[in-house]
Ligand binder design. Structure first.
Ligand SMILES: Cc1cc2nc3c(=O)[nH]c(=O)nc-3n(C[C@H](O)[C@H](O)[C@H](O)COP(=O)(O)OP(=O)(O)OC[C@H]3O[C@@H](n4cnc5c(N)ncnc54)[C@H](O)[C@@H]3O)c2cc1C
Length: 385
């Protein structure tokens, strides 16, 4: 059945590029817990990580739908865009809230690949989802901020030149609303690592290059403040709609990969003298995963359309992320089951993708937090926290 394909030329080009990075490449990276640097380099050289950067700063100046097409195709090929997806949405904070000098200084180099903006530092060990309780503190000292604190799960910090860091500039007790008093700093990791930031890799169940950051008296020039002091939370929130829609597109790509693999296997694998796919017990879960994925894809498209039209899309971005993450997880489970024992073997790649797509139930926002947002903001139910 033909799918609706926005930006077909982008999709085809990305799919071609991904052919140079077959399953064996990702399997080897996963086994070695190594960063997919060659893949990220190829995407950068192809201009795919800068599709959202306006042409005046050296990017392609395309819409979010184009970025979604890139990430969906990456995942659909069996690759893992988590090695680089953040560049697309982190850049948005700089683009929307940075001053002209910052944009001129950084965006063209990000677009050309000379600078990598891949790291985004929000989560902390003691605050978790409750972002307003972050403790990383920046105090003004002349023309610098002096930053101390700790971050956790900061992905790609070892493979990025720049880090967008959320800090508290005014204590929570001194502001009218907890969301006030936070600021966003652009940290140059090339100078900061070893001079105020210590990066410690954090091993997880998937190959995600995530880390802990220990920040001690890090000096960041005031000129690296994005937007206004104390207003950083709104800038971060602003970028989250794009992030959720992009991640949802990745989930759709994953789901389609699982469905393709399961369908192919079910057609080929013969047990009791006929293909297992002849049994409705095998067919129906595959068909259900397909139905679920197509429905989720419609919500992703809707959220994306609203975003590109400049309309409010917070609820739609949340719903797209939830539905797409559920669809990819359901498809992953179905695919593993369809493959029987072989699904568990490393050479089939199902178990790797299964681990990778599980992340999206938790990050960048967990399913529970989305449900809570929909319950209170869309349905008007009383807040529980
Ligand atoms: C591989 C990986 C990469 C990541 N990369 C980054 C990154 O680059 N930058 C970054 O800043 N962060 C990153 N994160 C962090 C991620 O965004 C957080 O893990 C996520 O937001 C959840 O926070 P937490 O782990 O502290 O969970 P907690 O906040 O401790 O929550 C634990 C569980 O309780 C649930 N929960 C919490 N409160 C409630 C409630 N009121 N009602 C119902 N349920 C609730 C949550 O949904 C969750 O399932 C990454 C995480 C992982 C695992």
């Amino acid at each position: 059945m033909p799918e609706e394909r926005l930006h077909p030329e982008v999709r085809d080009a990305v799919a071609r590029l991904c052919k140079d990075f077959p399953d064996e490449y990702w399997r080897a990276k996963d086994r070695a817990r190594a960063y997919a640097g060659e893949f990220v380099q190829a995407l950068t050289e192809g201009g795919y990580l800068s599709v959202l950067i306006p042409e005046e700063y050296g990017g392609a100046g395309m819409d979010l739908a184009a970025a979604c097409a890139v990430l969906e195709e990456i995942q659909r090929s069996g690759a893992n865009g988590a090695a680089c997806h953040a560049q697309m949405y982190i850049m948005g904070s700089l683009l929307r809230h940075g001053n002209e000098a910052q944009k001129q200084k950084y965006l063209p180099e990000i677009a050309s690949g000379a600078l990598r903006l891949q790291a985004f530092g929000v989560t902390e060990p003691s605050s978790g989802t409750d972002t307003t309780r972050i403790k990383t503190r920046a105090r003004r000292d002349g023309d610098h901020y002096v930053v101390s604190g700790q971050k956790v799960f900061i992905s790609r910090a070892e493979h990025s030149d720049l880090l967008l860091l959320l800090v508290r500039t005014t204590p929570r007790e001194e502001v009218a609303k907890p969301t006030q008093g936070m600021s966003v700093l652009l940290v140059d990791l090339r100078e900061a690592v070893g001079n105020g930031i210590t990066v410690r890799p954090l091993e997880t169940m998937l190959n995600h290059a995530t880390t802990e950051l220990f920040i001690d008296q890090l000096r960041v020039p005031v000129e690296n403040l994005i937007g206004e002091e104390d207003k950083g939370f709104s800038y971060i929130l602003d970028g989250m709609n794009a992030e959720r829609i992009l991640i949802a597109s990745e989930c759709i790509g994953d789901a389609r990969w699982f469905i393709d693999r399961a369908s192919n296997y079910a057609r080929d694998r013969e047990v009791f003298g006929s293909p297992i796919g002849k049994n409705q017990g095998i067919q129906f879960p595959i068909a259900r995963a397909h139905v679920q994925t197509e429905a989720a894809a419609l919500m992703v498209e809707k959220a994306c359309r609203l975003f590109d039209a400049g309309e409010p899309c917070g609820s739609e971005a949340n719903m797209a992320k939830l539905l797409a993450a559920d669809a990819s997880w359901a498809a992953a489970d179905m695919c593993l089951q369809t493959h029987g024992g072989y699904g568990f073997t490393v050479e089939y790649d199902i178990e790797r993708k299964f681990r990778e797509t599980r992340l999206y139930q938790v990050a960048p926002i967990s399913t529970n937090l989305i449900l809570s947002n929909i319950a209170t903001h869309v349905l008007g139910l009383p807040k529980s926290f």
